[in-house]
Design a protein around this ligand. Structure first.
Ligand code: AMP
Length: 303
């Protein structure tokens, strides 16, 4: 079904209020999927999950300027509104919120939401100010939509950790639902940015998922965190075009360095193995979440 297109905050609030007062199917709950558009199967999986779990599914498409740093890809970020609306409809979306930058940031903004600690490393270190931009826009969108549940992909695992901390710390009445990473058949994690890759870069971009697929055996062999990152780097470096931004193992959801140098398999923790690698001008991220919390448990990938 074709979703309803909404471009202003006032109209979106009206539509959602109307839905809530009518309280129809799905227990009357509102599910929300924030995105920057150029939708792919990863976004669609979040929308389908929201549609299955809620009476109303709201998708936002907003390329948020304040989460891009100087020299990043804000100006060339891919856009295709018509196609996005079609995919949204096919995935069970009821309302698509498509605000302009002016609609979202009218006037001078002097308030920023800053989440500390979990933003110190990984993408927070490589992209200063990025998570301030993300937390601020997500908080604004939460206040506009007031969803019961919000769906985020674990492709951006640090973002999930940041949003979960923000909603806990600020008592935002929303349930954050982390969803699994959707991949191409050959393993490449879907991303709107994959369209930037030329054929050679696209082929070599498999270095990320290939390295991550070896994490489990490396941990089973007894690697500690620094040995594991060394192996990840070696594996990725086999692709000549790969320029590693980071390859790290951190605890999840605190995103802290594992303590000591014990083999990871001996530590009862959930670990995030996270990669960011440039191919030409395109920066790709990917990760695996490993749940090793249960004593005597086999290695098992979380979620
Ligand atoms: P973006 O449009 O890239 O800002 O992403 C919007 C939402 O879709 C975020 O919660 C992402 O984590 C999620 N997402 C992006 N790519 C994937 C993927 N390959 N699998 C699952 N979720 C994804």
């Amino acid at each position: 079904m074709k979703p309803k297109i909404v471009r202003t905050i006032a109209q979106l609030r009206r539509e959602i209020a109307e839905y809530r007062s009518a309280r129809t199917a799905g227990g009357g709950t509102v599910g929300f999927v924030p995105t920057m558009g150029y939708l792919h199967e990863g976004h669609a999986s979040l929308l389908r999950r929201s549609a299955a779990e809620n009476g109303l599914t709201v998708l936002s498409i907003f390329v948020n300027p304040i989460q891009f740093g100087a020299g990043e890809d804000l100006d060339k970020y891919p856009r295709d509104e018509e196609r996005d609306i079609r995919i949204a409809g096919e995935s069970g979306t009821d309302l698509v919120f498509l605000p302009t930058v002016d609609e979202m940031y009218a006037g001078r903004r002097v308030t920023t939401v800053t989440v500390s600690e979990v933003t110190d490393g990984l993408c927070g270190a490589s992209r200063p100010g990025h998570f301030d931009g993300v937390a601020t826009v997500v908080m604004k969108l939460f206040n506009i939509v007031q969803p019961d549940r919000a769906y985020f992909g674990l492709k951006d695992a640090q973002q999930v950790a940041v949003i979960e901390r923000m909603t806990q710390d600020l008592n935002v009445p929303v349930e954050i639902v982390p969803c699994p990473i959707v991949r191409e058949k050959d393993g490449l994690a879907l991303s709107s940015r994959n369209v930037y890759l030329n054929p050679q870069e696209r082929e070599q971009a498999l270095a990320l998922s290939r390295a991550l697929s070896k994490v489990e055996p490396w941990i089973a062999e007894g690697c500690n965190a620094s040995e594991l990152t060394a192996k990840l780097r070696q594996e990725i470096a086999l692709s000549a075009l790969a320029d590693i931004d980071y390859a790290e193992v951190v605890t999840y959801p605190d995103l802290a360095a594992p303590e000591g140098s014990l083999p990871l398999r001996q530590m009862r923790e959930t670990f995030l193995v996270a990669l960011a690698v440039r191919f030409g001008r395109t920066r790709l991220i990917d990760n695996r979440l490993l749940n090793l919390t249960e004593a005597g448990a086999d290695l098992c990938f979380a979620k």
